[in-house]
Each structure stands twice: as C-alpha cells, then as structure tokens.
Design a protein around this ligand. Structure first.
Ligand SMILES: NC(=O)CC(=O)C(=O)O
Length: 275
C-alpha cells in the first residue's frame, strides 16, 4: 500500500445477524463498495460475523487458516487489491478462543493478527453486563504493522480505553490506530467519541473506529457511530446507527504539521509518570 501523503480509507458499518455466511456476504458487498470508491484500506467491525454474545463465540469460532470467514477475507483483499482489516472474529487455537483481528494485504496475504488484549468484563448497574472472559482468552501483545509506507496499529474495542496501550503503538511508529469495536447503548453515547478523540489528541495519530450497525432484535445492541478522527481531534467522518459505508482521506502531512506545531510528544517527562 503506497500512501504518498494521502490515503483513502473505507469503514464498513454492517448489521450483524445470527448467520455467519450472511454476515460475510454483507461484508463482501460493503468491501466492494468501498474499494469501488477508491479506498485502499478497508476496515470491518468487531465480531462482524458473530452476534456479540459470549456464549456464541465458541459456536462461531474459526481456525487459522481454513476458517470460511478467514478465507473469504483473504480473497476479498486479493480481489480488490486492498489492505483489509477484517474487523474481528472468534478465533480458535487448540482449546482457547480469542477475539482476533486478521489483517490481509493486497495479495490476500496475512500481514498481522491482533488478539484483543483487554477483555470486556464489566458490570454496569442498570447498564451493560458483559463477561468476555467466560469464553475468551486475552491476547498478549500490541500489534503494529508496516504495509508499504504506512505503519499502523490494530487493537480491539475495550483496548481503546487504555491510553498506555495506544501510546505503546504510537511509540512503535504507528501513525494510525485502528479499532474494530462494538460499544453498546450505555457506554457508546457516554464514551465512544470522547475516547476516539482523546486517543487521537494524546498520541497525535489518526484513529479509526469501525462498529456494527444497530440490529433490530439483537440481544446486544451496538451503538454504531463508526468514525475517523484526525490528530487534531477533528472528526473526519461519522456514521449514525444504521448500516453505512464511510470513506475519507487521511492526510499524513497534517499529522506532521500537528506534531511540529504542538510538540507534546517531545515534551514527555517520563520521570514524573511512574506508578
Ligand atoms: N465491547 C467492548 O469491548 C468495549 C465496550 O463496549 C466499552 O468499553 O464500553
């Protein structure tokens, strides 16, 4: 992927249903649409092939490299000659299941695999109760990859709440942090936009969040509102809660401008921040 200074990206906000191959059909259609609009990097949401319910993850889980969703993601990347961040899916390895994002390059080759590091185990009274660790195992590393001339990080949903994790990716050279995600109706309105804009401003990077659309009748209602944010905290593009294919251009010369005019990354005083 050659960006020069500018890169057109696509975000596919799809409604996730109780049918894996239907979900992949819809993802395929949206990927085609984004590629047809000239997007070179396309991003899907967290658990885009499986309803976001802990008890369903084992049933929908796939094994690298022969899982049907995995194969179709690789084929879509190769067909459109794009870099594809395949949202995330439940991935089985031996007896463990991970919440995994597979990233494919223009030949359909695997360029990165991120396993969600921070599992979403919360009990928000009168709000969201979720226990990913009932069926999932946490990943154990940050994921930063260079494709062509772009270095970017991939993390998943709850991972965005950990600024130290975002900083780790930025320090490894990432200029864009991509978060497939599935915030819900309680934490979504309260925190989603704030977190995306904060991570962008804190680290002076582009942030992209790809979320499922709200799906009528689903047990877990996703908040939607996929968006892309620039290093100044401006929202470049944002969906509402329905299905949508978004696109926008990331201008990396703007990132350099922000970093040189407001050099907070150089003003870091490590000696004051010990825990
Ligand atoms: N679904 C998540 O992993 C995280 C989330 O919804 C939140 O942090 O809120």
């Amino acid at each position: 992927m050659s960006t020069g200074e500018k890169l057109k990206i696509g975000i596919c906000q799809l409604a996730v249903r109780n049918d894996k191959s239907l979900n992949m059909d819809q993802a395929d259609a949206m990927i085609s649409q984004a590629a047809g609009q000239g997007c070179r990097l396309v991003i899907l949401p967290e658990m885009f092939n499986c309803p976001y319910q802990s008890e369903l993850f084992p049933e929908y889980a796939e094994t690298w490299p022969d899982g049907p969703t995995i194969r179709r993601l690789a084929a879509a990347a190769a067909k459109h000659r794009i870099t594809l961040v395949g949202g995330s899916i439940p991935e089985r390895e031996h007896e463990k299941i991970f919440n995994t994002s597979f990233v494919f390059g223009e030949q359909g080759n695997l360029v990165a695999r991120h396993r969600k590091v921070h599992l979403f185990d919360v009990d928000i009274k009168d709000g969201t109760v979720f226990q990913e660790s009932k069926t999932l195992t946490a990943g154990d590393q940050a994921t930063v990859v260079t494709v062509g001339d772009l270095t970017f990080g991939v993390a998943i949903c709850y991972d965005i709440r950990f600024q130290a994790f975002a900083r780790t990716m930025m320090l490894q050279g990432a200029k864009l942090l991509i978060y497939p995600a599935a915030f819900g109706p309680v934490t979504g309105p309260a925190h989603w936009e704030l977190l995306m804009r904060s991570r962008a401003i804190d680290n002076q990077v582009f942030i992209v969040g790809a979320a499922p659309a709200k799906t009528p009748g689903a047990e877990y209602q996703a908040y939607g509102h996929s968006m892309a944010v620039d290093p100044w905290g401006n929202i470049l593009v944002r969906a509402e809660e329905d299905e949508a294919v978004l696109s926008c251009e990331l201008d990396f010369s703007f990132l350099e401008k922000v970093r040189s005019e407001l050099p907070i990354l150089q003003h870091w005083r490590d000696e004051f921040y010990k825990e």
